[in-house]
Design a protein around this ligand. Structure first.
Ligand SMILES: NC(=O)c1ccc[n+]([C@@H]2O[C@H](COP(=O)([O-])OP(=O)(O)OC[C@H]3O[C@@H](n4cnc5c(N)ncnc54)[C@H](O)[C@@H]3O)[C@@H](O)[C@H]2O)c1
Ligand SMILES: [Zn+2]
Ligand SMILES: [Zn+2]
Length: 377
């Protein structure tokens, strides 16, 4: 089959690789109909992870079940499914508590709980930017979708970013009537803004510097805040006539100022300053324990010198980490079917698998109009 593999920094290639096969009786093979490029893939693409050369990338996958192992009881060939980016066993302590993103069994790497397809440090699993994908523990992991091809571009957001944006608002405890500041108008931030409105937020501010992304935020009723026009905290406090109730971090460790210079503490500091005392902050943008390419010595060892003292003084709380997709994907699917959620509003490009290198390059440069790239193998 054809697959997108990592070659090195700023280098992905579409090559011929062996088809995946059933390796364990609980596996299924999924024929991929849509697989997305994620902002998380860009951390690897930019050479800012330890991902190995030759890894098949892709953790945002959906498709049709092609084949199942002998121990798969419920999922059948022909089923249309969404594949959560988390790979989870379904029986460990964390899986039982609903924290599939921290499954204790599936990642053989010491000190890392949780696994994913095609991702640095997330276990030996191939990604789905390919024609086929092997899915472990298929009955537990796969989400059934209505048959046919309706809502394809909405359902493809269920494998990661729609649940992840929603998770940001859950960690931030967004409730009806709240005012919310979302930092980052990338796909995850836009999904967090969409989710905040679904949860009944009164006002949502979305902060970035990319005009096209801020316009998308505006298109769903959020209020755009451009960091190139001045301090985002002042802009929000002015517009809101005070601080906001809740904050969501959807940027991550490569946060930068309008000139492009990285400041890993910048967005965390902004959130501490803009959220009301005792308010909650949900951090879904990724921070890493080691970042050899970091902007400063501390951050190379994962230490981000943010304003923890003010955070404590403010009595704020913060939730962090990878999203447990299964906790939300069923309900978010049903909101899509009911016409009450439309996460596809962010889709800018639909490409073939062979066009993946162009997709990576342009999405990575945040070129105007490249908000979310879908690949159809
Ligand atoms: N927790 C999870 O489960 C999970 C899942 C998916 C993605 N992520 C992470 O979420 C983050 C966002 O993902 P994405 O796909 O939207 O990526 P993206 O890179 O497309 O979007 C990030 C956005 O942040 C903006 N930004 C940079 N510095 C900023 C600043 N100082 N203030 C405001 N905005 C700033 C950028 O201009 C960009 O538009 C990434 O770190 C990604 O790895 C986490
Ligand atoms: Zn993703
Ligand atoms: Zn588990």
């Amino acid at each position: 089959m054809r697959a997108v593999v990592y070659r090195g920094a700023y280098d992905v290639e579409v090559v011929e690789v062996p088809d995946p096969s059933i390796e364990h009786p609980a596996d299924a093979i999924v024929r991929i109909t849509t697989t997305n490029i994620c902002g998380s893939d860009l951390h690897m693409y930019e050479g800012r992870t330890s991902v190995e050369e030759g890894k098949i990338l892709g953790h945002e996958n959906m498709g049709i079940v092609e084949e199942v192992g002998d121990a798969v009881f419920w999922v059948k060939p022909g089923d249309r499914v969404s594949v959560p980016f988390n790979i989870a066993c379904g029986v460990c302590r964390n899986c039982n508590l609903g924290w599939t993103s921290f499954c204790l069994k599936v990642n053989p790497q010491e000190g890392m709980d949780g696994a994913a397809y095609g991702y640095a440090n997330m276990g030996p699993y191939a990604g789905g930017q390919a024609e086929y994908l092997r899915v472990p523990f298929a009955d537990f992991n796969l989400l059934e979708l209505p048959p046919g091809d309706e809502h394809e571009n909405d359902f493809t957001m269920l494998s990661d970013i729609f649940p992840t944006g929603y998770h940001g608002t859950e960690l931030a405890d967004v409730r009806p009537g709240h005012t919310v500041a979302v930092f980052g108008a990338g796909p995850v931030g836009l999904m967090a803004a969409h989710s905040a409105f679904i949860r009944g937020a009164a006002r949502v501010f979305v902060v970035d510097k990319e005009r096209d992304r801020l316009q998308l935020a505006e298109s769903i009723g959020a209020e755009p805040v451009d960091i190139a026009k001045g301090d985002p905290v002042e802009q929000i406090v002015d517009a809101n006539k005070g601080k906001v109730d809740r904050g969501v971090e959807a940027v991550g460790y490569q946060a930068h100022d309008p000139t492009g210079e990285e400041h890993p503490e910048m967005v965390l500091d902004n959130l501490v300053a803009v959220v009301e005392t005792t308010g909650a902050i949900g951090v879904v943008g990724v921070y890493v324990p080691e970042d050899p390419g970091a902007a400063n010595e501390l951050a190379k060892t994962g230490r981000v010198a943010w304003n923890y003292g003010q955070f404590f003084a403010n009595g704020q709380r913060m939730g962090t980490g990878q999203c447990p997709v299964k906790r939300y994907n069923r309900e978010l699917r049903d909101l899509i079917v009911a016409g009450k959620a439309r996460p596809s509003f962010i889709v800018s490009h639909e490409l073939s698998l062979d066009e993946a290198p162009t997709g990576y390059e342009n999405f990575d440069k945040r070129l105007d109009g490249w908000t979310k790239v879908l690949l159809h193998p």
